[in-house]
Write a protein that binds this ligand. Structure first.
Ligand code: SAM
Length: 174
C-alpha cells in the first residue's frame, strides 16, 4: 500500500494516532539518549514525540501527505514525505530504525529492508512492532525473521505481549 488519501489519513490519526501498541513497543527497547532515530511509516509522529526531550536526533518519514502535515504541526522531530523503499537519508547515518504498525503497509518489504540496512550504521538496531494481528488480518503473519536474515540482519529477537509484538535485529557489518 502506498500513500493514503486525506480522509483515510485523518481517520487514522483521529482513531489510532496514539495507539497503545506504539508505547508498549518503545517501553521494551532501550534507545540511547544520543541515538539518531528514524521512524519509517511514522504516521502522526507519536512515537518520536514520545522519545523527544533527550538529545536524540529524531526523523520521521511517511509517504502520506496528510499524516506528515499532522506530524509536522505537532513537532518533536524532522519529517519527510517518503516511503520505506526510498529513504531520504544518508548511508550509515541511523542508529535505531523504527517501523511501528508499518512494515505490512510497505509496497515492497524487500526494498524497504534493503533501505533500512543501507541507512543503519553497522550494528544499528531495527525495531519492527506494533499491534499483534491474527492470520485473518495478516495471513503472512508477523514474524519477519526470514526477511531480516535475508537482508543481513543478525541478533534477531521477537516478543509478543498483550496485543502487541516487537521484533528487533542488528545490522550485521558485512
Ligand atoms: C497503521 S499506520 C502506522 C503509523 C504509525 N507508525 C503508528 O504506529 O501510529 C501505517 C503507516 O504506514 C504508512 N505507509 C504506507 N505505505 C508505506 C510505505 N511504502 N513506506 C512507509 N510507510 C508507509 C502509512 O502512510 C501510515 O502512516
Amino acid at each position: 500500500m502506498a500513500a493514503w488519501d486525506d480522509k483515510t489519513a485523518q481517520g487514522y490519526a483521529d482513531k489510532w494516532g496514539d495507539d497503545p501498541s506504539i508505547f508498549a513497543v518503545l517501553e521494551r527497547v532501550r534507545i540511547a539518549p544520543d541515538a539518531r532515530v528514524l521512524d519509517v511509516g511514522c504516521g502522526t509522529g507519536s512515537a518520536l514525540r514520545h522519545l523527544a526531550g533527550d538529545t536524540r536526533q529524531l526523523t520521521g518519514v511517511d509517504p502520506t501527505p496528510r499524516l506528515v502535515e499532522i506530524a509536522r504541526a505537532a513537532g518533536g522531530a524532522t519529517y519527510f514525505e517518503a516511503p520505506a523503499e526510498a529513504l531520504p537519508v544518508a548511508d550509515g547515518s541511523v542508529d535505531v530504525l523504527l517501523a511501528l504498525n508499518s512494515i505490512h503497509h510497505w509496497e515492497d518489504q524487500s526494498a524497504g529492508l534493503r533501505e533500512a540496512r543501507r541507512v543503519l550504521t553497522p550494528g544499528g538496531l531495527i525495531v519492527l512492532g506494533g499491534e499483534a494481528f491474527g492470520s485473518d488480518m495478516l495471513p503472512g503473519g508477523q514474524d519477519y525473521t526470514p526477511a531480516l536474515e535475508a537482508h543481513g540482519f543478525t541478533e534477531i529477537t521477537r516478543e509478543e505481549g498483550e496485543g502487541f509484538f516487537v521484533q528487533t535485529a542488528r545490522r550485521g557489518d558485512v
